[in-house]
Design a protein around this ligand. Structure first.
Ligand SMILES: [Zn+2]
Length: 700
């Protein structure tokens, strides 16, 4: 999810621009869209998949609920939901707005006399009946619906029932079910249940740990509204009374918070994603539809710049498949459905989108792997959703120069926000939705933790980690925890990440503050830098006294700048590094691979032979035997002159050194005979001059 608090405070340029150009954009041809959608639907039906046979065609075995719970949630270890079918009649001009029936199927994991579901008490339950048609007793209070089973349902038994209800959602969790009009009266209705909002509009075990194996969402709305939802559109039936029913079936495991609908007066279009030859070689051939439902007065599909428009979804798909592995729902579809919410939400196979920028496209698409296919077992591991989705943005940005501008802005914004992350990355308290979704923590710091791992293991290993994680047999299409991800990181990289996860994810707070001091300890012709690296964070900034992790140091020399990765596991640590040329200064983590204090203090220490001047002169060796040799660095385009004086102040030699080009000018005084003794070497560039005493001790 990308929440509104974030969007608004960001004040995104591209989004502001959208408003100004809406009116001028051309709209795609309606009939082409209708045709595409229709032929897709036919193609799917032609495969002979019966609409109602959900259990027999499940791609995965039913999952067992975990027993992890938030107080007040109906999650239980006694009943494992396998299937939900929501049948909803929606009309925002009517009260109640929702008239619904939800079928729940599952299996008893122990002998049962009651089953509990989450459902807000604002929803009125009319009747609950079992498969036999027998109506079931229930109690509905404190947002819990407790249903008495007809006779004890014993362990291992399948059990199914239908809840018939009505009501108008109250949005106790803001924006969980939103209805309104836009653009001069066109109705819209959309849902955003994450994390606890599902119970406000439909009965379920509203917890990410009990995923159903499939879901069907059948929604009737007044025409000309169109409804988008999870999975494939099985049918779209227009009725004589001016309503239309959209029937969506999704045959993959899904958590309750990812079940959604987005209805509006939409333009529709379907693209076909075809896996590239390179990816097909790795994952097998695949092609599947990417559908777009958008408000026609907004150029959502075409976009308004090279880095906007949902047409870019296919490109992002290709890039993310390359990093994450095959798109997890390739037997069905991916989609974007327009909503009036300004952010986005990764509803499974049909993201709800309030914007058209490449960052939001990439973010919600990345969630299909991280969040949807792999769902946190418990909300405290929310960073496994948002950190990875934010990483997905960055990976897509890297894939095309058109996105460089967005990347520059957002990587700065996200990094700076991550510095404000409070507490540990793993959430200690999941009762406040606002705190849970604080951008600085699960998004910003979550992304930086992944970036740090990438920096430590390198791109290829990092890619292997991501692909292994999404494909892990014991995790795929189920639930994941921080320790599951850590295990994959360790397996693939063959190194321990115990301390790293402790310091950055589970126990540590804050981040390191580095200081570095460099001394030039060259003994010509060998160049060597001694670097003292210190961590200076205080206890009120971080509870970690020493972050134990590799750190990149950049030693700037007279020629090239050298990057070295050093292991750092002490508050103060000294490194001696051989470098090819005179070392001049050091930078800590110049490419920002570590979440660290914004001002990484790089202290530049001049060696004895390097005066603080635009001109620098280095005499070597000194003392020398019979020949004076020195090198000069001067500003580019300067024309320095070298002069040699004896101790009586007489100039005995001079030479123009030519035009400086930024490199070192090496000079050997070999055109005069010099007696042993001391001399004064002066290098001048206009007003600037550097003096050096040079000693010749002659042959012995
Ligand atoms: Zn997100």
């Amino acid at each position: 999810m990308r929440n509104r608090g974030f969007e608004m405070s960001m004040g995104h340029r591209s989004w502001l621009v959208v408003l100004g150009v809406l009116a001028s954009m051309a709209l795609p041809d309606q009939s082409v869209i209708a045709q595409n959608l229709e032929s897709n639907r036919r193609a799917h039906l032609a495969e002979g998949i019966p609409i109602t046979a959900h259990l027999s065609t499940l791609p995965h075995a039913p999952r067992i609920s975990s027993g992890f719970s938030r107080s007040g949630s109906a999650i239980s270890s006694a009943f494992d939901v396998t299937y939900y079918h929501l049948t909803l009649n929606l009309d925002r001009s009517r009260s109640p707005l929702i008239i619904g029936r939800v079928r729940v199927e599952g299996a008893a994991l122990q002998d049962l006399e009651t089953i509990e579901l989450d459902l807000n008490v604002n929803m009125v339950v009319d009747v609950i009946f079992a498969e036999s048609g027998q109506s079931l007793e229930f109690v509905h209070q404190a947002d819990l619906l407790t249903i008495t089973t007809p006779s004890a349902v014993s362990e291992g038994m399948r059990f199914a029932f239908d809840v018939v209800y009505h009501g108008t959602p109250q949005n106790q969790q803001p924006s969980s079910f939103v209805a309104g009009t836009r653009n001069g009266g066109q109705s819209y209705i959309w849902t955003l249940s994450e994390p606890y909002g599902g119970r406000e509009w439909w009965p379920s075990e509203d917890h990410p740990s009990d995923k159903a194996d499939s879901v069907r969402v059948t929604v009737t709305v007044p025409e000309p509204m169109v409804v988008g939802s999870n999975g494939l559109l099985e049918s779209e039936i227009h009725h004589d009374n001016g309503t239309v029913t959209f029937d969506w079936v999704h045959r993959y495991p899904i958590a309750s918070y990812l079940v959604s609908l987005a209805a509006g007066v939409y333009e529709r279009r379907t693209d076909l994603y075809r896996r590239s030859a390179d990816l097909a070689e790795q994952f097998g051939n695949a092609s599947f539809p990417i559908v777009h439902f958008w408000y026609p007065d907004v150029p959502a599909y075409q976009g308004i710049s090279a880095a906007s428009g949902w047409r870019l979804t296919s490109d992002a798909m290709e890039e993310l498949e390359d990093w994450f592995g095959p798109y997890p729902f390739s037997n069905e579809k991916y989609g974007n459905a327009h909503v009036t919410f300004r952010g986005g939400m990764e509803h499974q196979t049909m993201s709800s989108m309030g914007n058209i920028g490449i960052e939001l496209i990439s973010h919600e698409l990345a969630h299909q792997w991280f969040g949807d296919q792999l769902t946190p077992l418990n909300w405290k591991d929310l960073w496994l959703n948002e950190g990875f989705a934010t990483l997905g943005e960055m990976l897509v940005f890297e894939s095309h120069p058109d996105y460089a501008g967005v990347q520059d802005i957002l990587s700065d914004v996200y990094f700076n926000r991550a510095l404000n992350a409070a507490g540990t990355l793993v959430l200690q308290d999941t009762t406040s939705v606002t705190n849970m979704f604080a951008f600085s923590r699960v998004y910003g710091k979550g992304w930086m933790v992944l970036r740090m791992i990438r920096g430590m293991v390198g791109d290829e290993t990092f890619r292997a980690i991501l692909r292994t994680y999404t494909a892990a047999e014991d995790l795929a299409y189920g639930n994941s925890r921080t320790e599951d991800f850590k295990k994959v990181v360790e397996q693939v990289s063959s190194r321990s990440f115990d301390t790293f996860f402790e310091q950055w994810v589970t126990e540590g707070t804050g981040y390191p503050r580095y200081e570095a001091v460099m001394e030039d300890i060259s003994i010509p012709p060998m160049y060597r830098a001694r670097i003292t690296l210190r961590q200076t964070q205080e206890i009120d900034e971080s509870n970690v006294s020493v972050f134990e992790m590799p750190v990149w140091l950049q030693v700037n020399t007279a020629g090239a700048n050298i990057l070295v990765l050093v292991e750092n596991d002490a508050r103060e640590q000294v490194y001696e590094l051989d470098v090819p040329e005179q070392p001049e200064s050091v930078l800590v983590d110049p490419e920002r691979w570590i979440l660290r204090s914004a001002v990484s203090l790089a202290t530049e220490i001049e060696s004895d032979v390097l005066p603080r001047s635009a001109l620098s002169v280095d005499v070597y060796p000194n003392p020398a035997r019979s020949t004076i040799q020195f090198s000069v660095k001067a500003p580019v385009s300067a024309r320095p002159v070298a002069e040699l004086y004896d101790l009586l102040g007489r100039r005995i030699w001079s030479r123009p050194l030519g035009r400086a080009d930024g490199g070192a000018i090496v000079v050997r005084v070999d055109d005069i005979e010099l007696a042993p003794g001391a001399y004064m070497l002066r290098v001048r560039d206009g007003e600037n001059a550097v003096d050096r005493v040079v000693t010749l001790h002659g042959h012995r």
